[in-house]
Design a protein around this ligand. Sequence first.
Ligand code: HEC
Length: 134
Amino acid sequence: MNHKHPLFFLQIIIPIVLIFIMLIFLPRFSSMQKWEGQKIYNRHCASCHGKEGNGLKNLFPAIRESSITAPQDLVCLIRNGRNSGSVVAMPPNQTINSKEMKLLLIYLYKEIFRISVPNLLSEEVEKGDAFCNP
Ligand code: HEC
């Protein structure tokens, strides 16, 4: 009977402790993701659209109110750039890798558009990259 106690400890207590450790680190992990995305946004997008996504007068649209929010459409737009008759065109960007693209999109959804992050974001980013390269 006595032999069961150490086993009980290993099988029950250790998983419980691990779950608590995960619960403590999970929010930090997601804010780390957000911070990574912010760095990518600041490096590649903020010069035109502003740190808060408020744009610049008639030159650069306020993407806070972007009409384009679907993940595949965003990947295509970022990869190919766009000029729908505006004074300055949005240049194509092929330097962001797909891991960075996902972090950038998470940042856009959470902090710029302030809408919920779409499901299956990784798959959507991959599809965007597969179908939208010029
Ligand atoms: C050199 C300036 C410049 C940079 C850098 C830039 N953009 Fe743009 N962006 C524009 C311009 C100009 C438009 C409008 C293009 C058009 O439709 O003619 C635009 C359009 C957009 C739109 C569509 C807004 C709408 O409602 O139609 C989104 C979203 C967007 N950009 C996101 C980004 C993101 C994300 C990045 C960084 C990866 C980025 N842009 C980098 C200039 C820029």
